[in-house]
Design a binder for this molecule. Structure first.
Ligand code: ADP
Length: 485
């Protein structure tokens, strides 16, 4: 069993709808497992369409009140929520590691990162400014008001069970919207724990609800509802397309944060040690299961062999194991399907001529543990070039010229994160501008924080999260023309 200082954070058999902790109408549950051990941690309600419709109705009622609070009042409650999350950081991290598998140190980091969005948008709540536009006619004054978009919903993934929720809920609530969250079935416990603390922070009934259960049914009910005016989704491009299609009938506003296929380019003038550290952080964090993880590492011919060797030496220091064990830096993969995908990508790369530098097989710990892997001289025909591996595999591709690598880097339908290492200021500008990506890390493998706009171009999605732009996704612009003055 999971030892917690505040056991009430581990919610069993209930989700938060309309201010009450309730079971599914059907009385059905589903189990949540620890991916490191296969042991069941808890059961949560298997809800569906009817419960979703009830949550939407409650969110609509609650929003009428919530939007009338002063920004300062909403801000104060969000700040209290932030403080409670930080106060319970250790328990929340333990719940996160238990259901998701990432090392406890990373889980603590995610709780702080997740909480930072609540603090940031508590501050931004007070800075939703309108405009006064100089009018073309003398008797007029033209105004722009910003108003909350209304009832919103979020569907979130398992790789960041806390941060992907707070990044959406914080700007929504700050703007005066209400939000219904449907967390991933693998990791609902972190979402429910957030809801426990939201209640304690004085977020009123119906303003922040968490519904667990059948993803398709809940998703379809959200999309079909004309009351829900905005849906924010983080997950696969495939499911993003489904939700976009389903949202067409109600012309729902969408924020989509979908798959990536991040290039990580090492030019021959790079600081190679810094590039290795960047690659370790960007590639092996969360066992490679993030949408901004380096997916393809392009290394210039002159430094290729040195970089490959330095990376392999550093990878040899990674510790694979249960995230609760001290010193572990790489946990298990989330499930068997994830493991199968990693295995197929590695086998395919080797069949197409890649050289195995380190790892390359399941870890001796068994389960869904996989060895941190480095492949060299990978062919651009390989599956790893076109698809997100979502695992601890670094495929190294060799290149000669800047033009060649920019073409290779952009040869994908995705456009989320990208990274490169160089010390030449001209090259830095040229490459940063030429990469068709929503985010570019120059001489760093870590780019996410609450003050910067996170999001993708092309088929990696729509909209931005975090930064002062993040709250705009939850605001409508209303133009008021005043005449006859
Ligand atoms: P992943 O491959 O990372 O699990 P998914 O896109 O499958 O990513 O899942 C992200 C979120 O989308 C999860 O909360 C999942 O339950 C939800 N989801 C999956 N399929 C659907 C669907 N058809 N409709 C609505 N939500 C879905």
């Amino acid at each position: 069993t999971l030892e917690l200082n505040y056991p009430a954070l581990l919610k069993q058999n209930a989700a938060l709808l309309a201010g009450s902790w309730v079971a599914a109408d059907s009385g059905e549950y589903f189990a949540v497992y620890n991916p490191a051990t296969g042991v069941m941690i808890a059961q949560v309600p298997r809800m569906g369409r009817v419960e979703t419709e009830r949550a939407i109705a409650a969110a609509a009622v609650a929003q009428k009140q919530w939007r009338t609070l002063t920004a300062k009042d909403r801000s104060a409650r969000l700040k209290t929520w932030f403080a409670l999350i930080m106060q319970h950081q250790e328990d929340l991290a333990r719940i996160l590691t238990a259901e998701q598998g990432k090392p406890l140190a990373e889980a603590r980091g995610e709780i702080a990162y997740g909480a930072s969005f609540i603090e940031w948008f508590a501050e931004e709540a007070k800075r939703v400014y309108g405009e006064v536009i100089p009018a073309p006619l003398g008797d007029r004054r033209l105004l722009v008001l910003k108003q909350p978009i209304g009832v919103t919903a979020a569907i979130t993934p398992w790789n960041f069970p806390t941060a992907m929720i707070t990044r959406k809920a914080a700007p929504a609530l700050a703007a005066g919207c209400t939000m219904i969250v449907k967390p991933a079935e693998q990791t609902p416990l972190s979402a429910l724990a957030l809801a426990v603390l939201a209640e304690e922070a004085g977020i009123p009934a119906g303003v922040f609800q968490v519904i667990t259960g059948d993803a398709r049914e809940i998703g379809a009910a959200i999309c079909a509802s004309p009351v829900v005016t905005k849906l924010s989704f983080t997950g696969s491009t495939e499911v993003g397309r489904i939700l976009m299609r389903q949202s067409a009938d109600t012309i729902k506003k969408l924020s989509l944060e979908l798959g990536g296929n991040a290039p990580f380019i090492v030019f021959d003038d790079a600081d190679l040690d810094a590039a290795v550290e960047g690659a370790i952080a960007s590639k092996y964090r969360n066992a490679g299961q993030t949408c901004v993880c380096a997916n393809r590492l392009f290394v210039q011919d002159g430094v290729f062999d040195t970089f490959a060797q330095k990376l392999a030496d550093r990878v040899a220091q990674l510790q694979v194991g249960d995230g609760f064990v001290d010193g572990v830096t790489q946990g298990p993969l989330i499930d068997d399907a994830a493991l199968a995908k990693v295995e197929s990508h590695v086998a395919d790369a080797i069949a197409k001529g890649a050289r195995l530098v380190s790892g390359g097989k399941r870890h001796s710990l068994g389960g869904t543990f996989y060895e941190p892997t480095v492949l060299a001289d990978v062919s651009p025909d390989s599956l790893v070039f076109g698809e997100e591996t979502f695992g601890p595999v670094a495929p190294l591709f060799r290149f000669k010229t800047d033009d060649e690598v920019i073409e290779l880097a952009n040869r994908t339908e995705f456009g989320l994160a990208s990274y490169f290492f160089s010390r030449d200021i001209g090259r830095i500008w040229r490459v940063a501008e030429a990469l068709e990506y929503g985010m570019v890390g120059v001489n760093t493998g870590i780019i996410s924080n609450e003050v910067a706009p996170f999001g993708g171009v092309k088929q990696s999605g729509l909209g931005r999260e975090g930064s002062h732009h993040g709250i705009d996704e939850y605001l409508e612009i209303k133009y008021v023309a005043m005449a006859g003055l």
